[in-house]
Design a protein around this ligand. Structure first.
Ligand code: SAM
Length: 295
């Protein structure tokens, strides 16, 4: 494949464009003005679920023909869609919610359209992972988007073991019926003290967020504090971040341990360093010279 083809050159001049459109993850007011304008002019929409996208189009007062393009028919749909694009039609690719291709179908059509020299242009907008990161208060100059973990427990745990040392903030999508099991595995494998942030039903009426460590999220899920309904995105601190936090905590703890009993030093250090008392106490025990009495 040539560089020119990758760059999008080589399609007939009359070829149309494929617009990759992000759609609301809950709040319909998040439809952009540009998306509406492009939909009004488009010849067709390739939709993951035509019923769902049909409702969105109806709410916008837009009538445009749809074809379905989902995980199971993407390959077989591509030839006819490419033909239409090459013949000059502008098409819009839409998934059920958020950005196509992000844990959603669309990648193959985009790739093949680009390889055919067709202009592929984004209509950017909502994405649950980015929305959750933007309100988590975790480092996001770099992050690792994991999407869905494997559904089966053994595979999920094996994948979590591979992620244990990843230093960047981790972002997961999780289905409601697997949330508790996934949190329990994360607590065991990544460590209960790891900072974590759970975003539920972002941009919807019942939007709620929970924190602030995996252990606390597990306890909250078990106690029914986390409403087990709706859609969830989970943000978990990277492996390196925990080590950094522990280093900062140790620096606070050391002088306190010289003057104070362990529990008191841990309590004080936790409030100074802004971490959980449980973590501060665990570090305090680790820092105490062996054999020294623990008051
Ligand atoms: N392509 C979509 C995007 O850009 O956000 C993601 C599609 S993926 C199939 C759907 C998953 O995204 C859900 O299972 C949930 O984990 C997450 N998600 C979607 N909407 C959400 C919301 N409003 N609040 C929290 N998480 C959400």
């Amino acid at each position: 494949m040539t560089v020119a083809k990758m760059a999008g050159a080589g399609a007939p001049e009359e070829a149309g464009a494929l617009f990759v459109a992000a759609t609301p993850i809950g709040n319909l007011d998040d439809v952009s003005t540009r998306l509406t304008a492009v939909l009004e002019r488009a010849s067709g929409v390739a939709a993951e679920d035509t019923r769902r996208t049909g409702k969105l189009l109806h709410s916008l007062g837009i009538r445009v023909a749809m074809v379905s393009l989902h995980a199971h028919n993407e390959r077989s749909r591509i030839p006819e869609l490419l033909e239409r694009l090459l013949a000059g039609e502008d098409l819009v690719l839409m998934s059920d919610a958020g950005t196509p291709g992000i844990s959603d179908p669309g990648m193959r059509l985009v790739r093949e359209a680009r390889q055919s020299g067709i202009r592929v242009s984004p209509l950017p907008g909502p994405c649950a992972a980015v929305a959750a990161l933007s309100v988590a208060g975790f480092p996001a100059d770099r992050f690792h988007f994991e999407g869905f973990l494997p559904a089966r427990r053994a595979a999920r745990r094996a994948r979590l073991k591979q992620l244990e040392a990843v230093p960047e903030t981790l972002v997961f999508y999780e289905a409601v019926h697997r949330l508790t099991a996934a949190l329990e595995d994360m607590q065991e494998i990544l460590g209960g003290e790891r900072k974590a942030f759970l975003a539920r039903e972002l941009t919807k009426i019942h939007e709620s967020t929970y924190g602030d460590s995996l252990a606390e999220l597990c306890a909250a899920a078990a106690a029914g504090v986390i409403v087990a309904r709706g859609e969830f995105t989970l943000v978990v601190a990277g492996g390196g971040a925990q080590e950094q936090d522990e280093k900062a905590l140790d620096a606070v703890l050391r002088p306190l341990l010289e003057e104070l009993p362990t529990r008191q030093a841990a309590r004080l250090a936790a409030s100074i360093a802004g971490c959980s008392r449980r973590l501060a106490y665990r570090r305090a025990l680790a820092l105490r010279p062996p054999g020294e009495r623990v008051p």
